[in-house]
Write a protein that binds this ligand. Structure first.
Ligand SMILES: N[C@@H](CCC(=O)N[C@@H](CS)C(=O)NCC(=O)O)C(=O)O
Length: 201
């Protein structure tokens, strides 16, 4: 059996769970507490981040993007990889780098007092503007079909929008807002957000 150590609200774990669910792969999902990580998880992946996948053949994959690729390739459901190109890599790198840093500073602004919360938000908005402009021409970020990049980015954008929903809805990102709503309401997302009891080893 494949085992996935996960944390429900972690955006990296969400993208991995979505790819696994989309590929219809059976996994035993083990919901962890970040403050009390299972020993077995730390044994196989000492860096201590989720998600961590241990495949039925014993391979350990402890990076969310690699888990996504593994899932898509396993089942030959490579539709999400149809636009896989340099732009995909750049968008994901910007998301996981600069945008994630701005998101954390905006969300937990008390811990980042070098700038105001609004200034932190403005740092993140550069990325919102970029995505809004990509969505002018297409329903999804890289074309008319949902793909890897949408799934990889959307849990982070959901968090950003959720810091101040009223501000986000009143801002100049109508396409992004529709894109986000469609994903949040999707069966795929609702399915992976089911609550499960914490795993204790
Ligand atoms: N590069 C990793 C990042 C994963 C990550 O940072 N996950 C966070 C939770 S969202 C975590 O496990 N942090 C460790 C901790 O809080 O102790 C990936 O893409 O899988």
């Amino acid at each position: 059996m494949n085992i996935l150590y996960s944390y429900r609200r972690c955006p990296y774990a969400m993208r991995a769970r979505m790819a696994i669910a989309y590929a219809n792969i059976a996994v035993e999902t083990r919901e962890i507490a970040l403050r009390n990580k299972p020993k077995h998880m730390l044994q196989v992946s000492p860096k201590g981040t989720v998600p961590v996948l241990i495949t039925s053949s014993g391979e350990v994959i402890d990076e969310s993007l690699e888990i996504m690729h593994w899932a898509l390739q396993q089942q030959g459901v490579e539709g999400w990889l149809q636009y896989n190109n340099e732009q995909t890599q750049q968008l994901i790198a910007e998301n996981d780098g600069h945008f994630k840093a701005a998101l954390d500073a905006y969300k937990y602004y008390e811990r980042f007092p070098e700038k105001t919360q609004t200034a932190h938000r403005a740092d993140g908005e550069v990325f919102l503007q970029k995505l809004e402009s990509l969505l002018q021409t297409n329903r999804y970020l890289q074309g008319s079909q949902l793909s890897m990049v949408d799934i990889a980015l959307f849990p982070f954008m959901r968090q950003f929008a959720g810091v101040d929903t009223a501000w986000f809805e009143a801002s100049a990102y109508p396409k992004l807002s529709t894109w986000l709503k469609n994903l949040v309401r999707s069966e795929l997302f609702i399915g992976i957000m089911q609550k499960r009891p914490s795993y204790i080893d």
